[in-house]
Structure formats: C-alpha cells, structure tokens
Design a protein around this ligand. Structure first.
Ligand SMILES: [Zn+2]
Length: 473
C-alpha cells in the first residue's frame, strides 16, 4: 500500500506500508506493480487514534437503545422523539417503540421520574420486557416481565440484586452487566460491526475496553470478533482479578468503599502477575483511597510495561498532584463530558469542585501523564469532539468550564496517540518500522487544528489493511 502526497509533521511525504508495518517514507516513492495507491492530496497522515477508555459492548448496544436522558449523551443515537423530563413523558417515549421484544433504555437520571424500581417501571410499560440503565452506568432497572424472563427470583442471592424487606427482587441490579449480557445473549443478540466501522470513520485504530467485568473469555470473544472482521480495531482489555494479563480494573464507589487491606491484597495479587492497576476514581475521596492503597504496596515494583492508571480523575485537587506524579500514574480523562454534561455539572457541583473538574493543563504542567478517551457510551464517542472539548472546554450551550485547564490542539491529539498500555506516555509516530495503524485526514493539520470538531477522516488503516475510506477514495 502506498500513500502519496501526505503531510507528515508538516512535510510532504510518500509512505509505503508492507504487511503490518510502515516500510518506507520518502519525498517521492514510485508505485510497485499491483500496489494500491492512495492520493492523500496533502492531507495530514497521523498514527491511528487509540481511545483509552470505552465500553465496547455497551456502546454497540446503545445504537438500538432509547435515550431516556434529559439530553442525548452520545452523538451516535439515531433520530428519536424528544427526550423525557417526567414520568408521563417517559411513558409516552417508551410507548412510541412498538413491538414485543426487549426495550432497552439508557441515560436515565432520577430527576426524570425518581428512583425507579420494577413496580414503578410496570406502571410505565408492562406489556413487554424493559431494562433501563442509570446514567452512571452502575445500575439497571428491570420491569416485572423482564425480572421474570431473567429468572431473577432464582438468582436473587447474586451480589448486586436489590431485594425489598420481604426478600423480593426490586428489579434494580447494581454492576451486573456481565451477568445480564450472558443471560440476554440469546434473547437479544448484538451486532458490533456497525460500531467498529463508525469508529474507523473517526480514525480510531485501537481502543481499550475498561469494563471491570472483562474476563479471559471476553478477551477471546474480542479476538474472535477481530478474526471474523466484525471488529476492525486492535483492542486492549482490562478486567477482573481472574485475568492473568492486562490491567486490573478496580471500581471505587465513595458510598461503599472496600477496606484498604482488601484493596492492597488485590493490588499485590495483580502485581505478582505483572499486571498494571487501573482505579475508577470520580471523586476526591475515591482518588485518595486509590493513592493510599497504591502507596502501601510500594515495596512491589509497579509493572513498567503497564502503567498504573486513574480512570476519569473527574475531580483532582492541588494537594494530590505531587502524589499522582510520584506514583507515575496516568490519568485517563474524558473532557467530552464537559460538552455533554457541563450544564448539569454547573448546577450540581460546588464552585470548588467545578474549578477542579476534568483538569488537563495543570496535570500536564505538574508532570502527570494524561491519556484521552470517550468513556462511550457514557460520553461522546467521536474523538474529534472530545479533543475539541479538551481545547475549548465548552458545554453544549457554549459556556466555558475551567478556562485555565484548556490545552493546545497538539496536546489534545497527543492524548489519543500514546500506546494502549501507557496512556499519556510516548507518542506513536508515522515512522519506518512502526505499525501501519494510520489515520489520513482530508486536509493538512495546520488547516484543521482550529476546528477539531469539524475534522473529517479520509482513510483509516489498521495493521496495513483499509478499515475505512471516505467516498471517492
Ligand atoms: Zn468507563
């Protein structure tokens, strides 16, 4: 494969890929017999983007989900009726979807119709099975028909199944996504290929699935989906304690924190397997707990290959910055939430929290590594929208949150160019010997850098194979 007349770091270059690698770069290269030639027309050729934090299955499932939120969380949902604001409008919204199969709602928040349980949901929809996910991603609420179809009464002792005082499942399931997916697998199969192709159209050549429920079986499923061509990207999975490789994902929930010695034991077991540690930390307290746990396991060398990470780091106060740096932690952030949920944050957070929300520039200048990501389906999937949010920090209504945390377009791009295992670490380059994971833009970077949300991708290549080509290329 030969890409002619591309802009590589500001210089016109021809780039040849052989097998899975970049084999030659020169001012001019002649096509070989039978070689496919792409005319880049001066478009910028970048290493493919890596989304450092997303939930692939949940994002694929969102494509056929009803957005029950106050406003759309993710730009990939199709046209749908206007969004609900109370129980009556939620009932009307759900009623617009005719049929008799499962209904799947997402992005629900209790400000719409309170803390729903199965009986309240029955009052909204009783004639077909419904599951509605809370916007936090932690909770699913099922109506009674769904509760029965999933034999919840039989499984009521599973951790995460909420019971009423009589021991009857309320239909509220906490952090049981993996169990739900397995139970629903045959009833409600999922097509992942459309999502993968959409990601390719954004220039994404790799992603990290950060779901805490991933096991060795999930890793095999992802490999098989890639072999079958359903997933075009390279995937890197973190997961639960049973995995022997990749990061251990530890979920922290300020309202229900585990004892420190329990966390330390998990870290030690993971370190013994040469795994990195990834802590989900949204609040300041969660971050302090993660740091305390990591600090007390200091005698065990952190894995050099897999940097320990903080997922989200939504609120980071100044006194924590030196600790993040000294522990060599990468923060994997999602400024896309500023765009998407910024107005709600402005209403719900204290001014102090708001001033320390999804920080970026301060992290970089404090020597903390930062990787960029979508957290799709909870945040916007489009990496160019995420980069734009990191640069402008504008909400959907145009207000700026934390102007002193704005970064440059180049810093934003770098957030997507580090390796899967070390977010915010060394930037991948378009260079001979590198993997042929590439993203060709329609124009040179200097023309695009001031409007990242408007960037369009011409061609995406994964491991030397085309994953996407815009019409006419
Ligand atoms: Zn996440």
């Amino acid at each position: 494969m030969l890409i002619k007349n591309a802009s590589v770091e500001g210089r016109k270059r021809d780039v040849r890929c052989t097998g899975e690698c970049i084999s030659e770069i020169a001012d001019s290269l002649e096509p070989l017999i039978g070689e496919h030639v792409t005319q880049a027309g001066g478009g910028e050729l970048l290493p493919g983007l890596h989304d450092h934090h997303m939930h692939f299955y949940a994002t694929a499932a969102l494509r056929r989900s009803i957005d029950c939120g106050l406003r759309p969380a993710v730009a990939i949902t199709g046209n749908q009726p206007s969004l609900p604001h109370d129980a009556a409008s939620l009932r009307r919204l759900l009623a617009e979807y005719s049929g008799d199969g499962w209904l799947r709602g997402v992005n629900y928040h209790e400000s719409i119709a309170g803390d729903l349980d199965r009986w309240q949901l029955d009052a909204l929809v009783s004639e077909r099975p419904v599951r509605i996910q809370h916007r936090s991603g932690k909770l699913w609420i099922l109506n009674s028909l769904a509760v029965n179809l999933l034999d919840l009464a039989v499984h009521k002792n599973l951790p995460g199944v909420e019971l009423d005082p009589q021991g009857v499942p309320t239909g509220r399931l906490f952090r049981l996504d993996a169990w739900l997916r397995e139970k629903l697998g045959r009833q409600d199969p999922l097509d992942v290929s459309v999502l993968s192709r959409q990601m390719a159209s954004f220039g994404i050549t790799g992603f990290t699935d950060t779901s805490a429920t991933n096991t060795a079986a999930t890793v095999i499923q992802f490999q098989q989906m890639r072999e079958r061509g359903e997933i075009l990207q390279k995937s890197y999975l973190m997961g639960d304690d049973s995995l022997d490789f990749g990061h251990l994902k530890i979920l922290l929930d300020e309202d229900n924190l585990p004892p420190l010695n329990e966390l330390e034991a998990r870290i030690r077991r993971a370190r013994a397997k040469k795994r990195g540690i990834a802590f989900h930390c949204v609040t300041h307290i969660e971050l302090l707990v993660a740091i305390a746990a990591l600090n007390s396991c200091n005698e065990l060398d952190p894995c050099k290959q897999f940097a320990d990470r903080i997922e989200h780091g939504s609120v980071i106060f100044d006194d924590v910055l030196p600790m993040l740096r000294d522990l060599h932690l990468s923060v994997v952030t999602q400024p896309g939430f500023l765009y998407d949920r910024g107005q709600q944050y402005a209403k719900n957070l204290t001014p102090h929290e708001l001033a320390h929300l999804y920080r970026y520039q301060t992290l970089l200048s404090s020597g903390v590594k930062v990787g960029l990501s979508s957290d799709a389906p909870y945040g916007p999937l489009n990496p160019w929208q995420v980069m734009e949010s990191a640069v402008t920090r504008k909400t959907v209504a145009g207000e700026v949150i934390g102007a002193n945390e704005c970064i440059t377009p180049e810093q934003a791009l770098a957030g997507y160019l580090s390796n899967a295992q070390a977010p915010g670490g060394v930037e991948r380059k378009v260079a001979v010997g590198e993997c042929a994971d590439l993203c060709l833009l329609t124009h040179p970077w200097r023309e695009l850098r001031t409007d990242l949300a408007g960037v369009t991708v011409a061609v995406t290549v994964v491991a030397g194979e085309f994953a996407y080509a815009a019409d006419g290329l």
